[in-house]
Design a protein around this ligand. Structure first.
Ligand code: AMP
Length: 201
């Protein structure tokens, strides 16, 4: 594999359906390049665990497989972004999930003199996604990983999030990676690392 870039990294938006591996690949990318990592799902789960006001609001939506309202998410995202050390780039995992969030992210970054960077889309068929999520339910015990809520999250993904892929396409920063082509986690990672490195030359 090529040597890692030494200079500042572009921001990365990791994009895909529930169960597509956003969390797993984000963690690998963050470790390899020393980037910051914001998982909005993890932020919300921590708020719920700590019993905060935000957690109480979020829980109803999450348990139902619905999205938290955009204005709330955008505020959370901006404060989380500002709390990270600047200069190595940030991976946005689970955000944006709507066009409004994407527009807000672009604006928030522009206000700070930063850019969206690149979008990495993970393409995985729905039967593989369902298999993975039901397995994760057994391992991690996430309350929203039951078949009924998973079906709702897929429906929300198709209706509200999937159309965003075209938004990123129009921004000229969409990069797709297909599980059917790469076949293994290692294959996916190699393709993703190669693309990140060619984008950061
Ligand atoms: P995740 O861990 O990314 O699958 O997120 C779990 C749940 O948290 C989602 O099903 C949503 O209810 C909520 N959530 C996470 N990120 C967002 C977001 N960007 N916008 C709205 N809701 C979100």
């Amino acid at each position: 594999m090529r040597p890692r870039p030494r200079h500042e990294m572009k921001n990365i938006i990791i994009f895909g359906a529930p169960g597509s591996g956003k969390g797993t690949y984000s963690a690998e990318i963050a470790t390899r390049y020393g980037m910051g990592h914001i998982s909005t799902g993890d932020v919300l789960r921590a708020e719920i665990k700590n019993g905060t006001e935000l957690g109480k609001v979020a829980q109803g939506y999450i348990d139902n497989g619905q999205l938290i309202p955009d204005n709330l998410m955008i505020d959370i995202l901006a404060s989380k972004y500002d709390s990270l050390p600047q200069g190595r780039g940030v991976i946005f995992d689970g955000f944006p999930r709507t066009i409004a969030q994407a527009e807000a992210l672009k604006k928030m970054l522009a206000q700070r003199g930063h850019e969206l960077g690149m979008m990495i889309e993970l393409i995985v068929s729905e039967d593989v996604l369902m298999f993975r999520l039901l397995r994760r339910a057994q391992i991690e015990g996430r309350a929203d990983d039951n078949e009924e809520t998973i079906r709702k999250r897929f429906a929300v993904y198709h209706a509200q999030t999937e159309p965003l892929a075209k938004w990123f396409e129009a921004e000229g920063i969409r990069h797709t990676f297909s599980w059917d082509i790469c076949k293994t986690k290692e294959g996916m990672l190699e393709a993703i690392f190669n693309e990140i490195e060619s984008q950061n030359q």
